[in-house]
Design a binder for this molecule. Sequence first.
Ligand SMILES: [Zn+2]
Ligand SMILES: [Zn+2]
Length: 57
Amino acid sequence: MCPNCRDKLCKVVEQPDGRLVCECGRHSWPNAAVYGEACRKASLTVGKTVHTWTQSF
Ligand SMILES: [Zn+2]
Ligand SMILES: [Zn+2]
């Protein structure tokens, strides 16, 4: 799930070139490592609410 789209659940899809782009197209990451870091930061910021999806991804 996209860590930046908090108003709704937005899937992140991997492009053929390795980029990750969120479903609505508002956010993208150059690779999985950068995306993982973004998720980690987002979960730290939000704290208690985001645990479930970070584990399931
Ligand atoms: Zn997004
Ligand atoms: Zn989105």
